[in-house]
Each structure stands twice: as C-alpha cells, then as structure tokens.
Design a protein around this ligand. Structure first.
Ligand code: ADP
Ligand code: MG
Length: 256
C-alpha cells in the first residue's frame, strides 16, 4: 500500500538571470491519507515553493514526487494537469475570486477546465460545495458583497468542487482576524474528518495546533517534523471565543 504523498530529495532552484536561488535543498517527507499537516517556517524558507510542487502547479528541479503511487515527474503535460484537476484543491491567502461574478459561478469555474467531464452536473456540484462550506444562502452574492471569511469559504468551496483527495492551503488565514481564522480552521478540520487530507501553510503556532502534525521548513530543508500533542478543536474554540467576547468575538485579544 502506497502512502498518499512520498517526497524524496526534492530540490527547487529558481534561475534569476545570473543568480541561482536554491529555494528547496532536499526535502524528504511522507504524508498518509487522512493527515492534517501544518507546514511552518519563516518567510522565504520555501513553504510556497513546496506547496506548488505538491499541488502540481510547478515541477521540482530534482528529486522524486510520488502521489498515490504515481511518479509525477514521469507524466506528460496533460496527465500532470489532469492529476492537478482531479486530486488537488488549492486555497490561497488571497481568495483569487473573480469580481462581479457570483459565488456559484466562481465555484463552478474549475469544472470547465476538467477535460474528463468526470463531474457531470457542474451547477449541482457547485451548489453542493457551497452548502458544504455553509454558504448555501449566499450563492448569488458577488465577492464584494461577502466578508473576508465568507470569501475564503467560497474559495474553499471552489477547491472542493472537483472532489479532491487533498486540499493544499497556503496561509489560508493570513488575511483573516483571529475569530474568522478559527472558524475557517473549524471548516478544514471538518473536511479532514470527512476524509480529505489537508496540508496548510501557516506561521502562526496557534493555527498549527489545529493540525495533527507540523513540518517546519528552514532554508529549504525539513528541520522538524512532529505530531501535535493536545490538538485543539477549532469548532469548540470558536464557540468559546464567541461566548467570551462581549463584542461578539471581534475582539482580537483573548489569548487564543
Ligand atoms: P515562503 O513561502 O516560505 O515564504 P517561497 O517558497 O515563496 O517561501 O520562497 C523561497 C525562496 O525562493 C525565496 O528566497 C524566494 O525569494 C524564492 N522564490 C520563490 N519563488 C520564486 C520565483 N518564482 N522566482 C525566483 N525566486 C523565487
Ligand atoms: Mg509563501
């Protein structure tokens, strides 16, 4: 039985004119189906570079990436794109939603890039994805009519619409206040409980504690890889946060 993700000796070098930037210097990592992993590390340590490789948005310079037993480096361009469309959902710090376009249409969009037509009824799939993230009543809203947290939920629905095995989220709470961040983490925990493997980047230890495992990257190398003790439950924290704040939870200072 293969692991979901096996990464061996991955390097990535960006060539900037005369200068070579060695963003990843040999990453080894195994991630099993059903894990929830927080990738941590300071700015410039290579987190996004690694996420882009895991998400089949960019290929490594050297090393091996095996996803569900498939050697990703050996794929043709089309096969590579198909893997990305079928297996991976991406969530970013900026929501990347199309303006003046309804939540429903934003979520439907990835299905038009799926050449296989695997998901037969795009609109129905998009409705279901939005219901899954709790936005069933906001489907006709455009991004400007939604809060930051709601926009990130639309982005998560868009990531879910292809029924991916893996969600990759690069600093998904980076633009959100504490309360909304906890709420979004509750959604990731819920999706993980439903069987989706979640890999997220964060530099906030409080956010990483909602994962099951932390992998710390420094200078393009894995420096630490530990299981999280006393993992926190974001749904419970969110409830407590609401109850403890007089202003309905908009107070950023509760020490959570
Ligand atoms: P992090 O997400 O941890 O902040 P990144 O993976 O974005 O780090 O970047 C790692 C290193 O690679 C940094 O030194 C960054 O400047 C460099 N880098 C990232 N993307 C590119 C690119 N497209 N071209 C050149 N250098 C890049
Ligand atoms: Mg980054």
């Amino acid at each position: 039985m293969n692991s979901l993700i096996e990464v061996k000796g991955i390097t990535k070098t960006y060539q900037m004119g005369q200068v070579a930037v060695h963003a990843l210097k040999g990453i080894d990592m195994v991630i099993e189906d059903g894990e929830m992993v927080a990738i941590m590390g300071s700015s410039g340590s290579g987190k996004s570079t690694l996420m882009n490789i895991l998400g089949c948005l960019d290929q490594a310079t050297s090393g091996n990436y095996i996803l569900e037993g498939v050697d990703i480096n050996a794929l043709s361009k089309n096969e590579y794109a198909d893997i990305r469309n079928q297996k991976i959902g991406f969530v970013f710090q900026v929501y990347n939603l199309l303006p003046r376009t309804s939540a429903l249409e934003n979520v439907e969009l990835p299905l038009f890039y799926d050449r296989t037509g695997r998901i037969g009824a795009p609109k129905k799939a998009a409705v279901e994805a939005l219901e899954r993230v709790g936005l069933g009543a906001r489907m006709d809203h455009e991004p400007s009519q939604l809060s930051g947290g709601e926009q990130q939920r639309v982005a998560i629905a868009r990531a879910l619409v292809n029924q991916p095995a893996i969600i990759l989220a690069d600093e998904p709470t980076g633009n959100l206040d504490t309360r909304t961040s906890i709420d979004v983490m509750a959604l990731f925990q819920e999706l993980n409980d439903q069987g989706i493997t979640v890999i997220l980047v964060t530099h906030e230890p409080d956010i990483a504690r909602y994962a099951k495992r932390t992998v710390e990257i420094r200078d393009g190398i894995v420096r630490r890889d530990v299981l999280i003790e006393n993992r926190r439950n974001a749904a419970e924290d969110f409830q407590n946060y609401r109850q403890n704040s007089d202003d309905g939870g908009r107070n950023h200072d509760t020490g959570l």
